[in-house]
Design a binder for this molecule. Structure first.
Ligand code: HEM
Length: 259
């Protein structure tokens, strides 16, 4: 007897799961573990650089050290929190979609205060410097503005779609379905753009701080380059993880829950 895909039972889902090839599980676990290590590693390396090489943190009383909050909070918000949010949303196989969406929203919401304070820190470090430093003169700062704009747009659209899911699930299904591919492709674009923005920021900082010593490969330069390579690895791994078809089996099963 033909069964409707939308009314498939959890039992049937379990059966489909057990059919998932051993190789798929191995690849899946490898991607999840590696991505988690890299997401936490990026934040740890940024913190280590800020504390050990750049003199730690301060607020407006010391604009030069206030700047150090900028890379740490931007990496925390745009890379670590947003990266976990993307990973969880696309490849979580253990919970109902509604909980996955809730955690996706919570992780992105956690990124917001990091991004806001990170942005205020860099603005203050320019405006309160003696003499003040010009704002928005660099490619990095322009890319940063586009990244923050896209992030804000994505959050508003995602949050709005989650709200209408909670209040009128059935009536809004078609509308939410049309939003899914747009939200998904802009999501990975925002992450890649954040990686590129961090790379330009790191290069700029390495030249400002180390100037001609950079080419002598000092320890600090190596740490900054290592952080940049972790970010590049994350760009590759996360775009692979979210596009990998077998990781999304569950999404196909619960058709109504995916929207
Ligand atoms: C996605 C993450 C990031 C975003 C959205 C971002 C955004 C911005 C913006 C908008 C400015 C301009 C502030 C102004 O003109 O007053 C700026 C400045 C700066 N950022 Fe970032 N940033 C990010 C990550 C980083 C990282 C990881 C570093 C590494 C150290 C960094 C280093 C700098 C430096 C050195 C400046 C001052 C020079 C300039 O204005 O270009 N940024 N950032």
């Amino acid at each position: 007897m033909a069964k409707s895909k939308t009314h498939v039972s959890h039992r049937q889902y379990d059966d489909e799961e057990s059919g998932w090839a051993c190789m798929n599980w191995f690849e899946y676990m490898l991607v999840v573990v590696l991505a988690s290590l890299l997401l936490l590693g990026a934040l740890t390396l940024t913190l280590f650089w800020a504390l050990y090489y750049a003199g730690g943190f301060a607020w407006t009383e010391e604009p030069a050290r206030q700047f150090n909050l900028h890379p740490v909070l931007m990496v925390a918000g745009f890379i670590t929190f947003s990266g976990f949010s993307l990973l969880l949303y696309r490849i979580c196989r253990c919970c109902r979609r509604i909980y996955v969406k809730l955690f996706h929203t919570i992780f992105h919401a956690l990124a917001i205060p990091c991004i806001v304070v990170g942005f205020i820190a860099v603005l203050d470090s320019h405006n309160l410097a003696d003499p003040p430093i010009a704002n928005f003169y660099s490619l990095h700062s322009w890319m940063g503005l586009v990244t923050m704009g896209l992030f804000a747009l994505q959050f508003v659209v995602g949050f709005f779609s989650f709200l209408i899911l909670l209040c009128c699930e059935g009536a809004t299904a078609a509308f939410r379905a049309s939003l899914v591919p747009i939200h998904a492709s802009f999501g990975i674009t925002t992450f890649m753009l954040a990686v590129a923005t961090c790379l330009t920021g790191l290069t700029e900082k390495a030249f400002f701080k180390l100037s001609s010593k950079y080419s002598e490969m000092p320890e600090e330069g190596i740490i900054m380059n290592a952080l940049a390579m972790v970010l590049v690895a994350l760009g590759i791994l996360l775009s692979y993880a979210v596009r990998r078809e077998p990781f999304r089996t569950q999404v196909k099963t619960f058709v109504t829950e995916r929207l």
